[in-house]
Design a protein around this ligand. Structure first.
Ligand SMILES: [Zn+2]
Length: 316
């Protein structure tokens, strides 16, 4: 009886589902912490400040924060969104970004840990680990770019260019471990069974086409309106998305971004403040890059499913 009891306990407590649940919770908490760090980065980079020095302080009165005022999510709720000494409001962007990164990382972990259920080779485990970690990095970069573009209409080269190189390097890493593994990562499937040279060419062309699409729109806009409508930062962001997600993933990100941007423009058009002053609506600059980033996040996590669903619907 003792032995079978132990076996039953073992079946309940050591199954992959427990690893999956705890792994997901751990990734979510880690995501909250990295979301908190992201908040520091996107607050300080535009001011040209260092992200490590000085310690976290109130952006209004400059007081250095106590450790308990730095706990992701919890501190903002405990302080009810206000600085303890000067009473200045702390933007809802802080808890929102922390929640977003925490949730996105939890989704990646939940999926990746489903892939390793059951017996798996060391090779496969490494492939899943590389896939999960690189996808978490991509999502972190896209949230950072989305906030910077939304708040400052700024897509810094120091993120988009290294981001593009990193995406290209990760793609080559996939191609090197290759084929037998199905990655839980959009853009990896099209690499299956391809030679290294094929992968390199395919990604280089994807980068050029994705950036070229934005440059073409920029040029047409210039011909019609004689002013800058779409920035070069958007072209570099599209190149970065193509490096990570392939041409299909970049075009899907673009489509989602444009739809969201159009929806935001319509919303602004009918908002009470712009109804009085239509001239201002025409001058409003929409953060296209922020919408492209949201498109990139959606394509990275759900792109493959969306494209399959579309192909089924279209009868392929
Ligand atoms: Zn303060």
């Amino acid at each position: 009886m003792g032995a079978s009891y132990a076996a039953d306990i073992g079946a309940v407590y050591s199954t992959p589902s427990m690893i999956r649940v705890f792994g997901t919770i751990f990734a979510g908490l880690l995501g909250l912490a990295f979301g908190s760090f992201l908040n520091v980065c996107v607050s300080r980079w535009p001011e040209g400040e260092s992200v490590v020095h000085p310690h976290s302080h109130c952006r209004s009165c400059g007081r250095t924060l106590a450790w308990w005022e730095n706990v992701p999510l919890v501190s903002w709720l405990a302080l009810r969104g206000h600085c303890r000494s000067c009473g200045a409001g702390i933007s809802w962007r802080y808890p929102l970004v922390e929640l977003a990164v925490g949730w996105l990382w939890a989704v990646v972990a939940w999926r990746s840990l489903a892939d390793i259920a059951g017996p798996a080779s060391d090779d496969f485990l490494w492939a899943v680990a590389i896939s999960a970690v690189s996808q978490m990095i991509l999502l972190w970069l896209l949230v950072a770019l989305a906030i910077l573009d939304f708040e400052h209409l700024w897509l810094p080269n120091k993120i988009t260019i290294p981001g593009m190189l990193m995406g290209f390097a990760v793609t080559l890493l996939y191609a090197a471990v290759n084929s037998k593994h199905v990655f839980a990562f959009y853009g990896a499937l099209e690499l299956e069974g391809r030679s290294m040279w094929h992968v390199i060419w395919q990604r280089l062309i994807a980068i050029l086409v994705a950036a070229g699409l934005i440059l073409l729109i920029r040029w047409v806009y210039w011909l019609i309106r004689r002013r800058e409508g779409v920035g070069l930062g958007d072209a570099k962001l599209m190149a970065m998305l193509a490096a990570w997600l392939g041409l299909g993933g970049a075009l899907l990100s673009f489509t989602i971004g444009v739809v969201l941007g159009a929806a935001a423009a319509l919303f602004l058009l009918f908002a009470p403040s712009t109804r009085k002053d239509h001239g201002r609506w025409a001058q409003t600059k929409l953060p296209l890059g922020a919408f492209l980033c949201v498109g990139g996040i959606v394509s990275s996590l759900w792109g493959e499913r969306m494209i399959h669903a579309y192909l089924r619907w279209a009868g392929f």
